[in-house]
Design a binder for this molecule. Sequence first.
Ligand SMILES: [Zn+2]
Length: 222
Amino acid sequence: MLQGGTAAWAKSGPRTHQVKPGETLSQLSERYGVSIAALKSRNKLSGDTIRIGQLLVIPAWPALDAIRDATGSLRITRGRWRHVVLHHSGIEDGNAKAYDSAHLRRGMGNGLAYHFVIGNGRDSEEGGIEIGPRWLKQLDGGHVRNRAFNEHGIGICLVGNFETRRPSPKQLEALTALVDWLRDDAPLGATPKFTIHRWVDKNHTVCPGKFFPSTRLRLRYA
Ligand SMILES: [Zn+2]
């Protein structure tokens, strides 16, 4: 297991937030990447009203625990991961294993091109985060054409076709929990910048689709 990682993980548990004047549940939901429903149920709120000075518990995303544990035993080159690159799979079927086989058949020797896959509830749990072998082996991604972004970009794929629908709230919650963690708490020695596939490989792809909230997330991580 991991040496010296425990302290770094400790702060990744449930957080608390003291409500300041003018803050609303929807702002806090946006800020922490947790649904309003999850905030209300965790804090036993019946309505949408919060009081100044009230202490709210911000629930952690449960799928992150396994990722923290797995990442804790990895040897990660400090400062290597400079980007987080978002993708959609473009189809509603599949999960990490299915895409791994597909990428192997396409001749990618290291299989699954992404480091993480977030399920849509069809072939894996909705909002569940699967860890790809490339993350566990700390290999370059194979998710973009741009070589530097494969070498320094963490590839995250949401299962679905976001040219035809939006990602589900659960998928977005999982995504923001994962990206927050990668940027704020993971032992990377850098804060990777947020980007999406089509901003990296320009005029080549629509990925992650027109219904993916790319601009909103860019602002969140600006
Ligand atoms: Zn893509």
